[in-house]
Design a protein around this ligand. Structure first.
Ligand SMILES: [Zn+2]
Ligand SMILES: [Zn+2]
Length: 308
């Protein structure tokens, strides 16, 4: 696996110790995204599937919907283990308890089920998994999303050409169905791009429309911004659905690491929006169905590994 180039996340962690544990987790996930071996788990894109995907896109169906991933359980175990090392290093949690629940043949949560629920953004399933194992649901959800990162990034790369052929008008990610994590106002032309924090997809969207509910009444679409940085970063708010989306000025497209950094650097916008009663939508953008299966392994390995 290649080492990841410096991202500025380290500087952020030293400047603000409160985000250091999350930065440690992001670093592990960003390194895993570089590992091309995850591509082997992707669904095949034969001509019939490409045609079906095109038809789906045309009616607002994200490319991830209905897909099946065949995952190397040992690779997933290793990634979860490295993420748990990150949690443990933060010193804020009982790492041993988490490790017992998530790794090894005695674990109470099947890592493949965690991955499947995370890919599908199935918050109720994730909550149920956390409850059964007696774990914190928010942290389990974060770990699940980070563990899904390499597959989502590989899926976005593999399906990127399809988006050149079919226009996409949704407020949610055409590749993985998530709501955007932020919007970019890009370059001298000030083009408005939405960005997915899960798979790093970028797609153009009108500035005059609420991403979450489609509201186009400019009188009810306003923004919150720090006085000194009004042009550089703001939270665009919608009075209709009470949603908000952070918007940052950029020179070009942000990398996945930059998206994570920008998100952590603009927490004051989240605080301001939440303070005033705005929030991220509680409902998912699209009812995703995703299947995760274990890759068939030889007898000796399957004896120790997870079976479904
Ligand atoms: Zn996405
Ligand atoms: Zn709205």
């Amino acid at each position: 696996m290649r080492a990841v180039a410096p991202t500025g996340l380290d500087d952020l962690a030293s400047a603000d110790p409160s985000v250091a544990p999350l930065v440690a987790l992001y670093q592990v996930a960003l390194a895993a995204v570089q590992d091309a071996a995850w591509q082997a788990a992707l669904p095949s894109l034969d001509p019939a599937q490409v045609a079906a995907a095109r038809e789906g896109l045309a009616v607002g169906q994200p490319l991830l919907h209905g897909q099946t991933f065949v995952v190397d359980s040992a690779r997933l175990d290793q990634l979860l283990s490295r993420l748990l090392d990150g949690v443990e290093r933060s010193g804020q949690l009982d790492g041993w308890r988490w490790r017992a629940a998530l790794t090894g043949s005695e674990s109470s949560i099947n890592p493949l089920s965690l991955l499947e629920a995370s890919l599908a953004l199935a918050s109720q399933r994730l909550e149920a998994l956390a409850q059964e194992a007696g774990l914190d649901a928010a942290l389990l959800s974060t770990l699940g999303q980070l563990a899904a990162g390499p597959l989502l990034a590989a899926w976005r790369q593999a399906t990127a050409p399809l988006l050149n052929e079919v226009p996409w008008h949704g407020g949610y990610c055409p590749h993985c169905g998530a709501w955007p994590s932020l919007a970019e106002v890009r370059g001298l032309d000030r083009e408005h791009w939405l960005r997915c924090g899960r798979c790093s997809a970028a797609w153009k969207f009108s500035t005059q429309t609420c991403v979450f509910c489609g509201n186009t009444d400019y009188e009810t679409l306003t923004y919150l911004a720090p006085e000194a940085a009004r042009e550089a970063r703001r939270a665009v708010t919608c009075h209709d659905c009470l949603g908000y989306l952070k918007t940052v000025t950029t020179i070009g497209a942000l990398s996945l690491a930059d998206l994570a950094r920008q998100d952590l650097q603009t927490l004051e916008l989240d605080a301001a929006a939440l303070d005033r009663g705005y929030g991220r939508p509680a409902h998912s953008a699209f009812p995703l169905q995703v299947t995760v299966l274990a890759e068939k392994v030889d007898k000796r390995r399957s004896w120790f590994g997870w079976k479904r």
